[in-house]
Design a protein around this ligand. Structure first.
Ligand code: FAD
Length: 396
């Protein structure tokens, strides 16, 4: 029988890894991808749904091509338990899968005890995170549409590292863009646990001043430690209470639940440490972890672009290992994160990350990458092309 690779999670990391194991083994390795969602919904561009210039359907891509074109088995189920000794994965539906190598890309879960008020039943129906694209994104857009002009939308940002460093600031721009056109007396209040804008700071700050003055108010150092979901109030570590008409809280997070359940989250109990040559867990041989769930290398963002790159380095290493070859010793990864500051204007940050054999980690190549000088519609068209390309690369 052919070797069998099981992949948990059909997001940016998992779907890429699954497809590329099939491609680079020329079909000589069987791949099963386990994902509970019926279709892929992209977080990148999902802030545009809040701004009103895109719909969730525009960001939804079928998994069908992975099966019809690449011969993967896609199971609509979730992984419930991993037995690293027996090399098996138990699915919620009762199926047990045996693997030769396992790739785990479950994204994030919110820390269960970080915000006691959110543990109240139904809290997440009123106070949305929309930090996993899908029904919450659509529901948050509906809350913004229902909010009267003159209302306050507050977004609580957790301490870094979190998924998508520029994402909250892009979201502030998108909501402010919508308000500027439809509800000009309304406010966006950015409650940031960090002491400064985490990504593209000078660009975002200038854009807020030039385009959204009087709409966006930025409050650094506001560390939300609790939420009253009933009154839509965020409470800071210092006891300040901020009430909003639409309260959007991104809770602190860690590697997706299956990673901690399987004991893979060995960095502060939150993230999964890996060997950057193969993305194999430092905790469990034969299990690889990629995407947002890993303890990142220095200056490596938790991004879709990065998860896609992890997926490829990992897929190549898994194919090599299962074919009795040593993995490639010098992987090189790239990242570009675009942020929409209106419906068309975009800024980007880019970087290149090379493996450093002495330090056994990925380090930013000095002088590589960079930042936009200014927002522009040209970068907007690059950003839409980036999305179309990465969806094709991951899923088609
Ligand atoms: P995901 O893409 O979240 O995939 C995880 C998958 O695992 C999910 O489909 C989930 O259903 C599945 N899963 C979880 N548990 C199980 C289980 N037990 N069994 C089976 N399946 C399971 N990145 C960029 O590069 N550019 C951007 O412009 C950008 N914009 C963003 C905007 C927003 C608002 C947000 C929230 C994020 C943005 N990101 C962006 C970040 C990007 O979305 C993430 O970094 C990326 O999705 C990480 O990929 P992943 O594979 O780790 O996780």
């Amino acid at each position: 029988a052919k070797p069998h690779v099981v992949v948990i999670g059909g997001g940016y990391g998992g779907a890429t890894a699954a497809k590329y194991v099939r491609l680079w083994s020329a079909g000589e390795i069987d791949v099963t991808l386990v994902e509970p969602n019926p279709a892929f919904v992209s977080c990148p561009l999902s802030n545009l749904v809040l701004g009103g210039s895109r719909r969730i359907d525009d960001l939804t891509v079928s998994y069908d091509r992975l099966t019809t074109r690449h011969g993967l088995r896609v199971l609509r189920d979730s992984a419930r338990a991993i037995d690293a000794g027996k090399r098996t994965v138990l699915l919620s539906g009762g199926t047990q899968l045996r693997y030769d190598r396992l790739i785990v890309s479950p994204g994030i879960e919110f820390l269960p005890d970080a915000l006691p008020g959110m543990a109240v039943s139904g809290a997440y129906d009123g106070v949305l995170h929309a930090w996993k694209a899908g029904p919450q994104t659509v529901a948050l857009r509906a809350q913004l549409e229902a909010m009267p002009d003159g209302g306050v939308y507050a977004l609580s940002v957790p301490l870094a590292p979190y998924r998508c460093p520029p994402g909250p600031y892009e979201r502030a721009c998108q909501v402010a863009f919508y308000f500027s056109r439809h509800k000009p007396r309304s406010k966006v209040l950015l409650l940031d646990a960090n002491d400064d804008v985490v990504s593209k700071g000078p660009l975002f700050r200038r854009i807020w001043k030039e385009h959204y003055a009087g709409i966006i108010e930025y409050r650094p150092g506001f560390k939300t430690v609790d939420v009253d979901a009933g009154t839509k109030t965020a409470i800071s570590e210092l006891g300040e209470a901020v009430r909003a008409d639409v309260l959007n809280v991104v809770p602190p997070h860690r590697a997706g639940a299956i990673a901690s359940q399987a004991g893979l989250a060995n960095a502060n109990g939150r993230w999964c440490e890996v060997d950057f040559l193969t993305f194999e867990s430092t905790q469990a041989p034969g299990i690889h972890v990629i995407g947002d769930a890993i303890q990142t290398a220095p200056l490596m963002p938790k991004s879709a672009h990065m998860a896609n790159q992890h997926g490829k380095v990992c897929a190549a290493a898994v194919v090599d290992l299962l074919s009795g070859r040593a993995p490639y010793p010098a992987p090189m990864l790239t990242n570009t994160c675009y942020s929409f500051v209106s419906d068309v204007d975009v800024i980007h940050v880019a970087s290149v990350h090379a493996y450093d054999a002495a330090k056994k980690t990925l380090l930013v190549v000095p002088g590589s990458g960079g930042l936009s000088a200014k927002e522009s519609p040209l970068e907007g068209s690059h950003a839409f092309s980036w999305a179309a390309n990465i969806w094709a690369d991951t899923l088609a």
